[in-house]
Design a protein around this ligand. Structure first.
Ligand SMILES: NC(=O)c1ccc[n+]([C@@H]2O[C@H](COP(=O)([O-])OP(=O)(O)OC[C@H]3O[C@@H](n4cnc5c(N)ncnc54)[C@H](OP(=O)(O)O)[C@@H]3O)[C@@H](O)[C@H]2O)c1
Length: 247
């Protein structure tokens, strides 16, 4: 697997991440840890960090395979605002202007699991095609993150979606470019936002349910529920600048 050398924090597995932060995720909510809507987060005075209940979370890609699983993982403890190009709350990563209105709902966190980069043989790519393929998943997520960094409370978080090719496969060049770009982006952006919000990316390999839908062996992939757990851990935890590869 290729990890960009510029990453200060190498991608880690979800297990490694959960092991390091086990205490945090298991801490029961405290009475003082409530959300002060419009005034930022309630704080746990002992831990000095935002508590993990009652956030309003914008979820882009909510109608997709990953988005539905992420919603199921977060819904019991948070308010989800589902967004896609066809949801009642609409936004299009190809149209950065459409992202501004999302922040009128005063969210505490943003999760994006929208948009794909198709596998396309290098020989068939035109310059226009390259730009088109980079527009939503790379440039669109950067546009979303820039807006979120300005508008979320300091204790909030931005969680993006990349991907992982365990080995190069035909047509994966642009996808690899996007994945590596997002990993580098969150690492650098986190360093620029020392007071928050936190920013991370989940980079799954093939998802079991997707492989099965393609008529392939789902056992080679990661169950979508495991992938969703990575998002939940990043939203509720304190990781920053990380690329998490769920396994
Ligand atoms: N499935 C896998 O095996 C796998 C593996 C690694 C990484 N990933 C990544 O995980 C993410 C989610 O994958 P998935 O399998 O859940 O995809 P999916 O089922 O096709 O869902 C994609 C979601 O994104 C929304 N969407 C697509 N283009 C959009 C745009 N331009 N602006 C706003 N919303 C848009 C779709 O809704 P509308 O069409 O209504 O807008 C849908 O809600 C993608 O970034 C994908 O590359 C997936």
């Amino acid at each position: 697997m290729y990890f960009p050398r510029v990453l200060k924090c190498p991608p880690r597995t979800l297990d490694q991440h959960l092991t390091e932060h086990r205490g945090l995720y298991r801490r029961p909510p405290t009475k003082t840890g409530f959300l002060l809507r419009g005034k930022g987060f309630g704080r746990n005075p002992v831990a000095g960090r935002a508590t993990v209940e009652g956030m309003r979370i914008i979820l882009l890609g909510a109608t997709g395979l990953v988005g539905r699983a992420v919603a199921a993982a977060l819904e019991p403890r948070h308010e989800i605002v589902p967004v896609s190009r066809t949801s009642p709350v609409e936004a299009d990563l190809n149209d950065p202007g459409s992202l501004d209105a999302l922040f009128e709902t005063a969210p505490d966190a943003v999760v994006c699991c929208a948009a794909n980069v198709p596998l396309r043989p290098l020989a068939e790519l035109t310059d226009e095609q390259v730009l088109d393929d980079l527009r939503a998943k790379l440039l669109g997520q950067v546009a979303l993150a820039r807006r979120a960094a300005e508008r979320l409370p300091a204790a909030g978080s931005i969680t993006l979606t990349g991907g992982t090719f365990t080995e190069p496969i035909p047509g994966s060049g642009l996808g690899a470019l996007v994945n590596t770009g997002l990993a580098g982006f969150v690492s650098s952006a986190a360093a620029e936002l020392p007071r928050g919000p936190r920013i991370n990316v989940v980079s799954p390999g093939w998802i079991a349910e997707t492989l099965e839908a393609m008529g392939e062996d789902g056992g080679r992939g990661t169950p979508v529920a495991v992938v969703a757990e990575a998002y939940r851990a990043l939203v509720e935890g304190d990781a920053n600048g990380r690329t998490v590869v769920p396994r």
